[in-house]
Design a protein around this ligand. Sequence first.
Ligand SMILES: [Zn+2]
Length: 545
Amino acid sequence: MHKYLFLFIFFISLGVHAVDTILVNGKIITVDDRFTTVQALAIKNQRIVAAGASADIRKLADANTNVIDLRGRTVVPGLLDGHSHWIRAAEHDELRFDGVTTRKQALAMLTERVRAAKPGEWISVLGGWSEEQFTDDAGGFPLAELDKMAPETPVVLQAIYLHSYLNTAALTAAKIDEATPNPPGGTIEKDASGKPTGIVRGAGGVAFVAARIPKLVDEAHMANTRKLVTYLNSMGITGWGDAGGRGMTAAHYETYRQLAERGDLNARVFWTTIRQPATPEQADKVIAEIATLKPFQGNDYFDHIGWGESVYAPVTTQLLRVQKEVKPDALAQMGRIATALAQRGIYVNSHVEMHGPIDQFIATYEEINKVHPIKGLRWSFSHLDQVDDKQLERMKRLGMTAQIHSRPLIQGVRMHKVHGDAAWDMPPFRRVQDSGILWGLGSDATAVTTSNPFYTLGFAVTGKMVGGHHVNRQSITREEALIAHTRSNAFILFQEANIGSLQKGKYADLLVLDRDYMTVPADQIKDIRPVMTMVGGKIVYEAKR
Ligand SMILES: [Zn+2]
């Protein structure tokens, strides 16, 4: 009897505690299993406690409740980018050409930054754009023009990871002159008299230049981490899977970890360990490290979920260079590392793009699965630009997931030069969607494409790159795209209990949009901006009115 009385009082006391925040009078796209739309949500202790009609949700509020009247606006779950490289990006306070469609506008932004620059400060754009996205002039940035605009401030403009434009101040600061030899994998372009022209080409060349740009450290790095997260919040990102990248160090992760620990990280970041062993001896070292790895020791804002995207450097392909297969001995080393991960039950995401290597990776995983079952570990492949139906079936049998990216947003025209008309099916959004495999959308930002998630959504729906060229014929519906950018990525990131849809029990991570994602003309999806972004019930971004 006493027991029931206690329970009764307990429930009453729950009832009298009003909720923290309610959002009413909206078109709230919950992205639950039935893609339900509701008018209102109630939030308490960071999580959604009720969803439904405005009149019912209002009853949960009291005088202390923050009431947000959506006035008919559309709300969607916070967008989760399944695969990006933003942890590393905080090392530089970059200027970004995300979604900029004219060279004129790019130059205006650059001029503004140069004017505001402190003495000795570098202005850099480290990828995320290509000349082909500019509708007025795709001719690049000549040295004389950059020098006129920035006579003293070093300027580096890196297009994708293909080449960098430098002004004379940057060449001087980077100590690049007539005598500088070409770096491995790159070319310092020189004129007839042997003088550098300001253009450095090749992946090795852009890496050589980027390595000369001073990195932010300590407080400046921390401040820039916060600035970057706010920038991402302003575009609609509330969480991402981070695939690391070249040159990652413990310091890159440290600012995010510290912010998360003190409840100050305004996005959720789930990262994988990246190591790029290139010899069997280096693979041995990595295998020893895997034996002691302990993922999932973080919190709901910052956590380590496994391994990837590079497993063994010699099997890593590059889509702008046709590759029919990877070398069998390199594949065997990849298999050794993957076996070690399977043995420990650790998640791995592998970068694999072209048809032949996809076959080789799947065959390797099928062999591993016979000894150390991987089904249940949610192993995934990133990119999959040339995946076919048979391969998707085999991946499904292994319980794998697929991460598909929007790189043609800036690379579409170049991909066509390399792959011909087959490029129009890369990546094959429609095929992947119809296969029934669980798959998520991501940008693979910052170098290889724009960071804006509404560009990713718009691209999956229209097939048009930044600037308007139609470069993909595998379009999907906006509903399918939104699911892939929210709920499905939550599963891939092991967060399906916490985020990905606006449902009772999940965190209140959401966007109030300036227009309706479901009804705006398809060509305008890319232009949608949040007027408010919320993470864990906290407003982390509000558009200036
Ligand atoms: Zn990547």
